[in-house]
Design a protein around this ligand. Structure first.
Ligand code: SF4
Length: 216
């Protein structure tokens, strides 16, 4: 399937069917913080460029305080990190936790948190054998297009209203993931510069979010 075909299929998904699956699997956040902490390795949660700007606007932060280049594919050997990557991840603190996970164990940007956080621990898969992203952890349950990843809140009762709200956000996230992937593919241009370059749906950027064209 092409990305465009997948996007069309995701857009066709019935929110009610997604909600049915979430209701059957069950979920209630226990506020354990597992999905906000680095655990054995640095926390990685994908955040889209416009989500970064929304958090910047709400929090008065600069780009680097919100997001960092997704480390997968980067060469961190030697003195300096270098290479190309294709996503942004939420910024982390010195402990490797999400920078917005506060001392009280709560999300300090809850109302503006990215879709990945709003929809954890669920994802959408269009095919049974579709690979699922590693940062979400192993799939432990599934129902139709919905996959449930490791989380202690699974199996708990969820109201129909909450399941439908979660289903709507999950569908939106799946659409946005495909739109972002199409944008990355269409805007990709090989680069030959030192340091780190992030290829996102808007073009090539440095780790501080500035366009490569504006500086190189
Ligand atoms: S943005 Fe909030 S919900 Fe998302 S990982 Fe960070 S602390 Fe957790």
């Amino acid at each position: 399937m092409t990305l465009e075909t997948e996007l069309a299929a995701v857009r066709d998904l019935d929110v009610g069917v997604i909600a049915d699956a979430i209701e059957r699997i069950g979920f209630e956040c226990t506020r354990c913080g597992h999905c906000c902490k680095g655990m054995d390795e640095e926390h990685t949660a994908t955040v889209f460029p416009d989500e970064i700007r929304a958090i910047q606007d709400a929090e008065g932060e600069v780009w680097r305080d919100v997001a960092r280049p997704m480390p997968y594919g980067l060469d961190d050997g030697g003195d300096a990190v270098s290479g190309e990557t294709f996503e942004w991840a939420l910024q982390t603190d010195d402990c490797g936790d999400c920078t917005f996970y506060d001392d009280a164990g709560a999300c300090s940007i809850y109302g503006d948190r990215p879709l990945i956080c709003e929809t954890y621990p669920f994802s959408i898969a269009l095919a049974d054998d579709e690979a699922t992203s590693e940062p979400m952890g192993s799939v432990v349950d599934s129902d139709g297009p919905v996959r449930a990843h490791e989380c202690e809140g699974l199996g708990r009762d969820i109201s129909r209203e909450d399941a439908e709200e979660l289903a709507q956000a999950l569908k939106e996230r799946a659409i946005r993931e495909h739109e972002e992937a199409i944008g990355v593919r269409d805007n990709y241009e090989p680069t030959d510069v030192d340091g780190v370059v992030v290829h996102d749906s808007e073009g090539q950027k440095r780790p501080d979010g500035t366009a490569l064209d504006a500086r190189e």
